[in-house]
Design a protein around this ligand. Structure first.
Ligand SMILES: *[C@@H]1O[C@H](CO)[C@@H](O)[C@H](O)[C@H]1NC(C)=O
Ligand SMILES: *[C@@H]1O[C@H](CO)[C@@H](O)[C@H](O)[C@H]1NC(C)=O
Ligand SMILES: *[C@@H]1O[C@H](CO)[C@@H](O)[C@H](O)[C@H]1NC(C)=O
Ligand SMILES: *[C@@H]1O[C@H](CO)[C@@H](O)[C@H](O)[C@H]1NC(C)=O
Length: 295
């Protein structure tokens, strides 16, 4: 039997090794995804709420927000899904094009966050009026992936530059803590906002974001000529990455109050937009499925 101590050292070493090998390009942290999905659930139509609840695993107890971090938790197990969390764009161009950018590092087409959003939306829409025995996909997984990736595509640095891996290789300090720029946008801005403005209470933060959403916001954010529109969301993200995320965040810089106060509104708006747009796509998916068609 190995001693507890050597087990512990072994685990720490292997975790360290893993984190060195694989930079953390994995989307809003747990809090961000929770905020997005809790906002989304409030805007679901009756049909969508029924459809979503049928697909949610039991442990979610009817809450979409319980499964929105799943895609990050299984990223080791489903190794193939790792490139689906982001899309890299050419350095300093500040634009995104599906044909040019949506592929993994080996060049496989469609293996990126916008490709994944189309993929899982299609799996859901193409399966809903099909008898159970003929469904080819795991629709629970499709829902869990879609809910996560709609969030990720709104994180500006998930549509960042290829050369710095969406800010992952840009080492900065967030106040006194050493971290990287990508992580600042996934997690640290939200974490600092919670502490500074929301008494460390996520529910209070969600309410504040919700109260800020106007009917005009909703109608312009929902606008989409098909079932789902990830390409304009990716274009918005890379624009925000250039205007706000990369600006004044050169390698080795220390980011503090100025950066935090000017970027927090961007983060809050992206969280709100993801929530509204996730609800909109789920409402479209589940409204095309009229229950009378099922016999
Ligand atoms: C589409 O979904 C299937 C099933 O999860 C997966 O194997 C495939 O890699 C996905 N492709 C993209 C582009 O998301
Ligand atoms: C669908 O995926 C979920 C989550 O990975 C899994 O728990 C469930 O067993 C899968 N269902 C089928 C029918 O394979
Ligand atoms: C929606 O608009 C985009 C860009 O304007 C276009 O490429 C796409 O074909 C349109 N989709 C539908 C379903 O009309
Ligand atoms: C509310 O909207 C204002 C104006 O756009 C913005 O500055 C602020 O950060 C928003 N607050 C929240 C909690 O979303």
């Amino acid at each position: 039997m190995i001693s507890l101590k050597s087990w512990w050292i072994g685990s720490v070493l292997s975790l360290l090794l893993l984190s060195l090998l694989v930079p953390g390009t994995f989307g809003w942290g747990k809090d961000g995804h929770h905020v997005i999905c809790e906002i989304a659930q409030g805007y679901l139509s009756e049909d969508a709420l029924v459809g979503v609840k049928q697909l949610l695993p039991d442990y979610a107890e009817g809450e979409l927000s319980a499964i929105c971090f799943w895609a990050d938790e299984i990223r080791w197990h489903y190794h193939w899904s790792r490139p689906l969390h982001y899309v890299d764009t050419p350095d300093f161009r500040c634009n995104y094009q599906y044909c040019r950018d949506c592929h993994d590092s080996a060049g496989h087409k469609d293996m990126c966050v916008t490709g994944a959003i189309y993929n899982y939306t299609n799996q859901l829409t193409s399966s809903l009026d099909v008898p159970d025995s003929e469904i080819k996909y795991n629709l629970t997984e499709a829902l869990m992936f879609l809910s996560h990736f709609i969030g990720d595509v709104h994180q500006p640095l998930h549509v960042g530059f290829i050369g710095d891996e969406g800010g992952n290789t840009i080492t900065v300090r967030w106040y006194r803590r050493k971290t990287n720029l990508h992580h600042v946008w996934d997690t640290m801005i939200i974490e600092s906002a919670l502490k500074t403005y929301y008494n460390s209470d996520l529910t209070t933060m969600i309410q504040a974001i919700q109260q800020n959403i106007t009917n005009e916001d909703i109608s312009s954010w929902e606008n989409c000529n098909g079932t789902v529109c990830p390409d304009p969301y990716a274009s918005e993200s890379v624009n925000l990455a250039c205007k706000f995320a990369y600006r004044n965040a050169t390698p080795g810089s220390t980011l503090g109050d100025d950066y935090f106060i000017s970027r927090l509104p961007v983060v809050e708006k992206r969280l709100a937009q993801s929530g509204i747009r996730l609800a909109a796509v789920l409402n479209r998916i589940f409204s095309s499925n009229l229950p009378i068609a099922k016999e």
